[in-house]
Design a protein around this ligand. Structure first.
Ligand code: SAH
Ligand code: SF4
Length: 377
């Protein structure tokens, strides 16, 4: 993504709620609309190149398109719909989080996590979430609405443009922000197709990860897509009774059903799955839970990611201390199960999903840390 040329066309008012999002369209859908306008179909690729390669945020800047076409596009399609409400940077400067408003006032979060060798965008698939995991700030707010594919893609583009403006490139995308991707399957799948399209951002499939709480029909559908996109399962608990409480969707898709779907996924795709395990002191960090987990996944093409709980005001649990995390990890290691401990990134920017929105809307006290900057719209 390089710089954008500017063309002096009249400024249009901010895209309204009623306008169709250009980012919601596949290349074929855009070409079809352009053809119905009497335009040659190659214009679709030209527009995509501006949007996905050069980071254009207005049609006015697309200087190799006829002026009349640019005007018609601007009248018809919204291109930039995210309005930043707040931006926060971690004290170490490696994690940056944005809270955005969509034209209808819905708020969503996206995060950039920089590592020495990778630049990862973490994006939301829903505003809020209906799954009700009690330890999760997004779960605590309930579901507001599904995001469209374009609204998901626009978060990725936002981060990619921010990186491009700072001489960096986006390398990875994780669907681990607000919401449950498989409760919004159609938009999630369409967004993924847009992100991996060779004429779009052309992200490597192996550099994208979708995280699900364990919606079995979604896992089964995802397995049949023929992708090499990574799948992460938020397991957190390996016994039904406790999982029913910490991950309530377990009452619909209990462990036996979930693990059968995961095994089928691996058999079909030959891809290694990641099991995420939020470590809550004295709750799910016990040797019994570790042994139960081993019982489910020993010998499976899988990897476990232990994540110390990011405390939220709506949940009384605490993060497991390092020695309990280590003891848990050793049990898995002994059973030959690859396991990593995720570093708690951006705790001072409220990087746990849903936490920045909760703070900005005053549902929780500000965490001490980097100051909240209001970003002009
Ligand atoms: N709904 C999906 C994806 C979004 S949540 C899912 O649940 O997988 C992404 C990850 O963040 C999940 O593993 C989730 O369990 C974890 N998470 C949620 N709240 C957290 C918290 N307070 N501390 C640490 N991890 C949390
Ligand atoms: Fe939803 Fe995931 Fe949070 Fe559970 S952890 S409430 S599924 S976003």
């Amino acid at each position: 993504m390089g710089g954008q040329a500017s063309a002096p066309l009249p400024q249009r008012p901010r895209a309204g709620i009623e306008m169709r999002g250009l980012l919601d369209l596949s290349l074929e859908e855009l070409a079809e609309i352009l053809t119905s306008w009497g335009e040659p179909p190659y214009r679709a690729r030209q527009i995509w190149s501006w949007v996905y390669r050069r980071g254009a945020t207005t049609f006015e800047t697309m200087t190799d398109l006829p002026k009349a076409l640019r005007a018609r596009l601007a009248e018809t399609f919204a291109l930039q719909t995210l309005r930043p409400l707040a931006e926060r940077v971690s004290q170490d400067g490696w994690t940056r989080k944005w809270l955005f408003a969509l034209p209808d006032g819905t708020e969503v979060e996206a995060v950039l996590m920089e590592y020495t060798d990778r630049r990862t965008a973490c994006v939301s698939t829903q505003a809020g979430c209906a799954m009700g995991c009690p330890f999760c700030a997004t779960g605590q707010m309930g579901l507001l609405r599904n995001l469209t594919a374009g609204e998901i893609v626009e978060q990725v583009l936002w981060v990619a443009r921010w990186l491009a403006a700072h001489g960096e490139r986006l390398t990875h995308v994780v669907f681990m922000g607000m919401g449950e991707p498989f409760a919004n399957y159609a938009s999630t799948a369409k967004a993924l197709r847009l992100l991996i399209h060779p004429d779009g951002l052309h992200l490597g499939q192996r550099r994208i990860t979708v995280s699900t709480v364990g919606i079995v029909p979604g896992i089964r559908r995802f397995a049949r897509e023929g992708w090499q996109i990574n799948l992460a399962i938020s397991l957190h608990v390996a016994t039904d009774e406790l999982r029913n409480r910490l991950v309530p969707i377990n009452r619909v898709y209990p462990l036996r059903v979930l693990m059968e779907a995961v095994r089928d996924y691996i058999e079909r795709t030959h891809r290694r799955v990641t099991f995420e395990w939020v470590m809550i002191r004295g709750v799910n960090d016990t040797p019994e839970q570790a042994e139960a987990l081993v019982g489910w996944i020993r010998g499976m093409l899988a990897h476990v990611n232990l994540i110390p709980l990011n405390p939220t005001p709506g949940f009384p649990g605490e993060a497991s201390p390092p020695e309990r995390v280590e003891a848990f990890r050793r049990i898995l290691e002994k059973a030959g199960i690859p396991c990593t401990v995720r570093v708690r990134r951006g705790i001072d920017v409220a990087a746990g999903c849903g936490q920045l929105r909760a703070e900005v809307t005053g549902r929780r006290p500000r965490i001490a840390g980097a100051p909240l900057q209001e970003v002009p719209a």
